[in-house]
Design a protein around this ligand. Sequence first.
Ligand SMILES: NC(=O)c1ccc[n+]([C@@H]2O[C@H](COP(=O)([O-])OP(=O)(O)OC[C@H]3O[C@@H](n4cnc5c(N)ncnc54)[C@H](O)[C@@H]3O)[C@@H](O)[C@H]2O)c1
Length: 251
Amino acid sequence: MAGNGRLDGLRVLLTGGGSGIGLAIVQRYVEEGAIVSVADLNPAAAPAVESLGARFAAVDVADADAVVAWVDQEAAALGGIDVAVAGAGYQLVAMATDLTVEQWDHQMAVMLRGPFVLFKSVLPYVIEGGGGSLIVIGSNLSFAGMTKTTSYTAAKHGVIGLVQVLAVDYAQDGVRVNALCPGPTDTPLIRRQLEEAADPAAKLAQWNSDMVLNRLGTPEEIAAGAVFLASDESSFVTGSSLMIDGGFTAW
Ligand SMILES: NC(=O)c1ccc[n+]([C@@H]2O[C@H](COP(=O)([O-])OP(=O)(O)OC[C@H]3O[C@@H](n4cnc5c(N)ncnc54)[C@H](O)[C@@H]3O)[C@@H](O)[C@H]2O)c1
């Protein structure tokens, strides 16, 4: 899909851009004229990211010092930061009684503290440049619970609070802060869960039938929302959650 220059010249830092939704956002952002820098845990994702014309660094967002160093390095390399997207995440499936405290802590370090550290680090640069847009990838599970997603759902609820507070605190600096909330979307994260199911085809059919639109979303459909939230077309949108979930939460 050729872009329309909707993000022309915007300097974007994005975590979790090596796969799935994040990778689709990288592609759309580059097509729309943005200069994109990705941090992802998986170094094997570098060729896919770089082939789209984006920069890549292997960074674990659970390592706050590494995130801060990456932000400072990329701000210098790009000459500033206009947009940040906190997308890194993984799903942990466990009943609370089976979940260890260490597993809980790690999920929070990646998916709740991770967005906080990213946003805290980029904010001085975004403000210095006159403002911009911060986006965290939430979920339909930012607003409801689902069985055995104890720490995942808690972290996804948490980022909504983070978005609302930052939206209020940095509005006068020209910074908008929003959550992009996908419903079940066909990515490697979801495919891994399917592979673990006793009957993957039956599980996929069940997931599809859970959706008002009777299918999973595509990463590209979620990336369309990320373009909107980064662009001036969302200039009156802040502290908000954009649900792109095929009607999952409408039942
Ligand atoms: N796929 C879905 O159905 C769905 C639904 C709602 C929300 N989400 C959210 O969307 C985001 C992307 O998910 P996806 O489905 O594309 O998954 P994915 O597994 O395809 O991609 C996730 C990416 O995050 C990276 N990552 C994981 N842990 C990291 C860490 N500690 N540091 C840096 N990078 C790390 C992975 O290496 C991977 O490249 C996640 O935040 C996820 O929770 C996904």
